[in-house]
Design a protein around this ligand. Structure first.
Ligand code: B4P
Length: 185
């Protein structure tokens, strides 16, 4: 059975930054649902077509589509060693879908990234200056943060009840935060 480590936290908290480093170091697959959706948009698939406007507006892509995409990805060979889920689950329905495949995958830990609102807005708008990401804009950032509070933050309690949560302070030097997370693997 492969281990899954979930990175949970608001947009801009640094989940993607840390997941890329840790996955390489620990030989885990790095699964970013945000990256996967952006790839669908750029390659013009049907899913990408549906996702495009939602991504731009900072809204979530429908659960059924993201769940199907994720489950298919988890069946890849490189997930046998374990995987970091960066940005999934983002809703209760997504979390429950993961529980349903607990015969194949075990959630080892849920790392919760904690960062204040001002820091998140600052990082996202700063990235927007160079990223070309259509959702790194002032209009979208507030929607993304609201969606996080409403749909995703309740998952902290969901996983706390399962005794899986480790909270880390995600404000500070990237390397210091990396050391905190690395110690949890
Ligand atoms: P994501 O791609 O997951 O984007 P994110 O939450 O904004 O980023 P993350 O927290 O990974 O921040 P990062 O490391 O990049 O989602 C984008 C969209 O995809 C969603 O809005 C949604 O529409 C859709 N989507 C994705 N998953 C979905 C799902 N499961 N269901 C439905 N829809 C889904 O860091 C941000 C910036 O901060 C970077 O510029 C980085 O360099 C900087 N940074 C990182 N660490 C730092 C530090 N310690 N100090 C200073 N800056 C730092």
């Amino acid at each position: 059975m492969s281990n899954l480590v979930i990175f949970l936290g608001p947009p801009g908290a640094g989940k993607g930054t840390q997941a890329a480093k840790i996955a390489k170091e620990k030989n885990f697959a790095h699964i970013s649902t945000g990256d996967m959706l952006r790839e669908h948009v750029s390659s013009g698939t049907e899913l990408g077509y549906t996702a495009k406007t939602l991504l731009d507006e900072g809204k979530l892509v429908p659960d059924s589509l993201v769940i199907e995409m994720l489950i298919e990805r988890l069946n890849s060979e490189d997930c046998k060693n374990g995987a970091i889920l960066d940005g999934f689950p983002r809703t209760l329905a997504q979390a429950e879908s993961l529980d349903k495949i607990s015969n194949q995958f075990k959630i080892a830990k849920v790392i919760v990234f904690d960062a204040n609102h001002e820091e998140l807005v600052k990082r996202i708008l700063h990235r927007g200056e160079t990223s070309g990401r259509s959702d790194d804009t002032e209009e979208s950032v507030n929607v993304r943060l609201e969606v996080y509070e409403k749909d995703t933050a309740p998952l902290i309690e969901y996983y706390t009840k399962k005794n899986l949560v480790v909270k880390i302070n995600a404000v500070g030097e990237v390397d210091n935060i990396y050391n905190l997370i690395s110690g949890e693997f």
